[in-house]
Design a protein. Sequence first.
Length: 193
Amino acid sequence: MTASKIFALSGSLRADSHNTRLLHAAQKFNTGQEIEIYEDLRAIPPYDMDLDTPERRPDAVRELRRRVEEADGLLIATPEFNYGVPGVLKNALDWLSTDWTKTEGLPLHRKPTAILGAAPTSFGTVRAQLALRQLFLWTDSDVVVKPEVHVFRSHERFDAAGQLTDEVTIELLRGLLTALQEKIDTAKATARS
Ligand SMILES: Cc1cc2nc3c(=O)[nH]c(=O)nc-3n(C[C@H](O)[C@H](O)[C@H](O)COP(=O)(O)O)c2cc1C
C-alpha cells in the first residue's frame, strides 16, 4: 500500500521556529506517512478577493492550492500570536477556503487535518488552536479532536541541534499522526464506496 501524503504547514516564518521543528519531528517519527513541509509561506500575498479566481490567482497561491488538493491530509503547526492564529497562516488558509466558481472545488473541504502548536509560554497555543478549530468549522474540514498537542515550554523540548527529544511530545505527535491516518483511511474508503 502506498504511504499517505501529508502536506505540513508551519505558521512561523522564524528560522529556528519551534513549530517548524515539530513538523520536522513529524517527518522523523511518522507512523507510515510521507510528510512534505511547505516552505513558501512568505511568498503568499495578502488575501484579495478580486484576485481569487482560477485565472487571476497569484502563482504562489495556485501552487499552494494544488499541493493541498493533492495531499491526503494536512498537518498544521501553529504558534500563538496575541491569543490567535498568526496572520501569515490565517492568510494562507483564507486563500485555501474559497471557490467562487462553485466548480473547481474547495481545497480544505472534508480534508483530514491535524493541528498542533508550540510556545515557550505555559499555555502552549491552546487559544490559537481553538481559533484554528473554529476556522475549520467554516471550511468543513475533518479535524482530529484528540490527542490535543499543546507543546508548552517548547524551548525545553528540543536539543541544541533542534531535534525533538521530549518523549512525551514524541508520543503525542505519533498519536496525532495515527489519528490523522484513521481519518485519511476513512476518507479513502468513503471515496471508494
Ligand atoms: C507578535 C507576537 C505575539 C505573541 N503572542 C503570544 C500569545 O498570545 N501567547 C503565547 O503563548 N505566546 C505568544 N507569543 C510568543 C510565541 O509563542 C513565541 O514567539 C513562539 O516561539 C513562536 O513560535 P515559533 O517558535 O514557531 O516561531 C507571541 C510572539 C509574537 C512575536
